[in-house]
Design a protein around this ligand. Sequence first.
Ligand code: 9MR
Length: 390
Amino acid sequence: MTFRLPPFSRRGFIGSGVAAAAASAVPGLALAAERPLGPSLAALARAKGVRFGSAVGAGEPGSLTGAFEDSGYRQVLIDECGVLVPENELKWYVLRPDARTFAFERADRIAAFAKAHDIALRGHTLLWHHPKWFPAWLNTYDFGQGPAAGRNAQALLVDHIDKVVAHYPQIDSWDVVNETIDPKDGSIRRTVFSDAMGQEQTLDVAFHTARAAAPKARLVYNDYMGWEAGNEAHRAGVLKLLEGFRKRGTPVDALGVQSHLGTEDPAAPGSLGPPQEKAWRAFIDEATGMGYDLLITEFDVNDQNLPPGVAARDAETAALAKAYLDLMLDYHQTKEVLAWGMVDKYSWLQGFTPRKDHLAKRVTLYDDAYRPKPLREAVAAAFRSAPTRA
Ligand code: 9MR
């Protein structure tokens, strides 16, 4: 596959910045200005009524080594993305060192970058409703006893959502609640909030508060139930949750389908099984049948169990991605597609389930020298063949 860089730059067409970044990163790689890559992913998506973008992390506090500090990486974001999502910077454990403080600095840096390059911003997440991802102080917070506990818990949650949403009025799409369904049995997870307020009540408060604070924003329930065998209980739990939202009139606009695809060997220990296309379509049909829009919120392809050869690995991840994205984009309800990172070396998947041969994974659209991979072409091809939506 040959990629060629464009005669001109920025929004709509891949810029020469990628060429410069790639050329400087790979000694001897001559990238001539006459290598048009064609329209950016943002432009290809936009032509079909879809928004394309990526997550990006601003690094650990005090660190200057994250993706966001890397000019080559930034150029890929500028060239390809119509929307950016802070990967971790809006999570409670980053934003809230204690019950009174809001540490917006890291997310603000991403917001400023997006604004400077005329890229939209989306929010992840107002309530990752899982104690594992709460800051320690919150897991042990004393809300008091009896009805006062419910009131106090609600006040803390409402204050958080009000302040965070007000700080980023430009965010027009929010993962309000993230991953509250336990994949083991489809139940709603318990937290200090739900112990004080009730499980459904906690989630409803989050959505109602977000709606009041950002009346025009798309409000999303986001989770990782996937199409592979092994996700049956997770999918069933999410559908039950979505049904409950509708019955109670909870303002939820869309289901965020994370889409961390795994090209896994079903025989590998701990692995999920192969895709179940029929069951997956039934799941998506049910969600859309209840009136929910869809977002692909965290797209990447885990090549953990694929053979080591780069060409074969890339071909397989690309083929899987194309099949999946074709299916999803066929639903006119699919309104946004977000990659969970754009360059392999910065992907969370490098540290999560590493390959047994210790080779670096090839899970995102660009390689470590900022060159587009077959996975990027698969995403582009899926946008090209997708039906247009309003
Ligand atoms: O990619 C994120 C990684 O850097 C963080 O350490 C981790 C915990 O906060 O979260 C990762 O992103 C997750 C996302 O927030 C929710 N869905 C699953 C993602 C991958 O674990």
